[in-house]
Design a protein. Sequence first.
Length: 138
Amino acid sequence: MDPLLDPHLAARNESWRKQRKLSKAALALKAGVDAETVTAFLAGAPMPGRVLKALLSALDITRQEYLADPAQAMRLEFWRRKRGLTKTELALLVGVDKSTITRWTTGQAMMPRSLDRCLRALRITLGEYLQTDLHRAV
């Protein structure tokens, strides 16, 4: 598995596309991107900000809906507990408020810009993080 692909995000992206009854070609056209970009998006690959914004707009998904990711929250909470860190301790290591960590670990927000700092604080790789067995994490 490619460590940069997020299978849970891929499933959500594909579900949104199907709910809106858009073919891949129709989504590409509506978002103003090429077919390869849509395929990567549907596979859960990271997207540049402007491309992601266009795809979300084409799917009529708000940024908040997209960032509220239960799988991301479960992964972060799993690793925080596994490392024996309190939310306050993790917040200090990452350089954010404890309330931010709470939002991340409850799925109210995602940490796209702080993910690298989180991974360093948790002493794990992106691959380990993305491949976390979410059944074990609950």
